[in-house]
Design a binder for this molecule. Sequence first.
Ligand SMILES: [Zn+2]
Length: 276
Amino acid sequence: MPELPEVETVMRGLAARLSGRRILRVHVARPDLRWPLPTRLAARLGRRRIEGFRRRGKYILMQLSGGEILLLHLGMSGRLLLGEGGRALAAHEHLVLETDRGWRLSFVDPRRFGSIDLVPTAEAEHHPRLANLGPEPLEPGFTPAVLASLLAGRRTTIKAALLDQGTVAGLGNIYACEALFRARISPRRIAAGLGLARVARLHAAIRETLTEAIAAGGSSFSDYVQPDGTLGYFQHAWQVYGRVRCPLCPGPSSCRGIMRIVQGGRSSHYCPRLQR
Ligand SMILES: [Zn+2]
């Protein structure tokens, strides 16, 4: 499932190519994904100019002329594909936008956990999908004190608290595991009991993990689009997620390797020796 760094990379790829373009044709292949699509979506998107893009949590916001935002979430399996216009709809292509200069953007989602909404720009931050998101972890307002206040009183594990989009927007299972490893904090700890030193380490680790992942995702236009047209990237250089051997401990004499436990139905990967 795409998390903040992947969504940021997809968003930058879209911005590089589609900002300023005008939507000429729209194809809507079905009435719903996870939720019903906006009514008359094709007619409402037609002839709009794409003014720009931004990201909030795992959502992509496409700003359109006329004061509305197309709000996209890739869900579990969603992808955005950018190619050239003029071909027929393929399987699982639920929404296609064709623009001037010959671009064709399609939203492909076999499992249909993604979402597409059209919301007035002025009301976007109060929209149900965005209203309850926590702070953006890479923005200046996200400080150790803010993180401490978000974790105060939370009797869940720190892992569960980080997966809650109301704590920190955009973290998912992989980067929550990676940040906890970097901060040397066990995913089993109770969120409320972390203490200021651990909260400060976790705050730094979240920022570093996400910043490095975004940097690894590409720095030029061509990096953002894979050869098949898929926007974004899939990073495999994780420290603990999906790993068996611990990348930091010297060997079996000191560390039995990365442990996998299930918390709230999700896998947590951690080193019990380093993460306390
Ligand atoms: Zn270890």
